[in-house]
Design a protein around this ligand. Sequence first.
Ligand code: NAD
Ligand code: UDX
Length: 469
Amino acid sequence: MGVVKKICCIGAGYVGGPTCAVIAHQCPDIKVTIVDLSQARINAWNSNNLPIYEPGLDEIVFGARGKNLFFSTDVEGAILEADLIFVSVNTPTKKSGMGAGMAADLAYVESATRKIAEVAKSSKIVVEKSTVPCRTAESMRTILDANSHDHIRFDLLSNPEFLAEGTAISDLLNPDRVLIGALQTPEGLKAQQALAEVYSHWVPRDRVITTNLWSSELSKLAANALLAQRISSINALSAICEATGADVDEVAYAVGKDTRIGPKFLKASVGFGGSCFQKDILNLTYLAESLNLPEVAAYWHQVVIMNEYQKKRFVKRIITKLFNTITNKKIAVFGFAFKKDTGDTRESAAITLIKDFIDEHAHVRLYDPKVEESQIWIDLSDVSGADAAKKHVTLFPDPYSAAEDADAVVIVTEWDEFRDTKLDYQRIYDSMKKPACIFDGRLILDANKLRKIGFKVDVIGKNELAGKA
Ligand code: NAD
Ligand code: UDX
């Protein structure tokens, strides 16, 4: 395969959409077609109201769409004409059958792969963009080879995506690294080179790492496992801080100053969410179990167990501080997305917390600046049932109305607009039931400032003894 001129991306989701839109934006000489089975999703990509919220995405898409960037449901047409095909479909945790609750569901990867084999009439580079268990490329190759038309060659690459939601566009424009794994054969290396050429339009060559296929696949799981492990580690320390009077922000700062540790991903929180961390660690755990490495599996699984513990601990603390009952109390929840600057709610800590509040018969008054209302009802109905969700949860258009007459405010997502430099917390205090309590699950508030207003303030990883003898 020589120079790549036409790219097809199968899967117009949080990864396929932004990633291939940036490729189109940076490579005007390449035609990029992003395809999906969902007509609604493709319609949204072709409209002025894109299906995902991501800072900077509109400009990139609107700048290239219709020129060298196209969104379509014509999967076959796009496969036929492409030199290189990204497979960027979802790989969720399996819900039933063998490995349920742990293994990645590879059904979407397999059906996309079968479609490529069935349709392709010329040789293609097929790139795993989805996060997959180690050695998935082998299965894809077997499917391709067994089902393809005669004389068609498929070269498989692994090119995992490291973007984080909320910062996807800057991550893609300026990546720490781009990883491309290939079989160490002359053809594999040639395909690896062809994809490296695409990225070289804007990524410095020394940031394009080339490895063998299996290292590339495993590196993606390893990166997410190590990042999530840091959060669970600081969250485990936050429990010790609360019990002792140490301040978790001070501890994170002090340890992060060690250049061997570094400061990033040490922000204590109500627990990590998002579509990747839990799924990928469970995937890694399952892989270790399948390889008969139970100690390795248990080690990584503990990161997820600690994350669940952190969410439960926070709920317990809220109930305890609200005089051991929240039945019929009004709890204002600020934020539903799994992190700021995204409308994505997958595995958001807010879902678990609100389910627990509903189980305790509290009345939840919810505000989030970006999450679609319909998505909130889908998520809450999933965990609590539609009737209980509707009975116990009310959505509000702004934080002030959500907090009115509430017993407590709970900060769940770290949206900038919830900071005490942005919101009028005096106004919020005045409208709340007294004692007015505020629980900061994201460490974004100045507790002393709020205490001066009159709030009872509770922050993850801090206790009121902090700073006292
Ligand atoms: P997503 O659910 O947002 O998008 C996947 C899309 O693929 C959906 O629109 C679905 O309709 C489509 N699809 C599924 N099967 C198809 C088929 N056979 N043909 C055409 N379209 C098909 O998922 P996502 O968040 O974009 O994640 C995609 C992959 O990237 C996953 O493996 C994920 O682990 C990985 N990843 C995600 C992120 C992230 O931040 N979301 C970051 C890095 C890696
Ligand atoms: C993650 C990885 O960062 C990214 O490289 C990979 O490609 C996909 O998975 P994402 O899940 O989009 O990205 O966001 P991330 O910023 O990693 O945050 C994940 C969760 O951890 C969020 O709920 C966030 O609030 C939480 N978090 C993050 C913390 O609680 N503390 C931190 O210090 C950092």
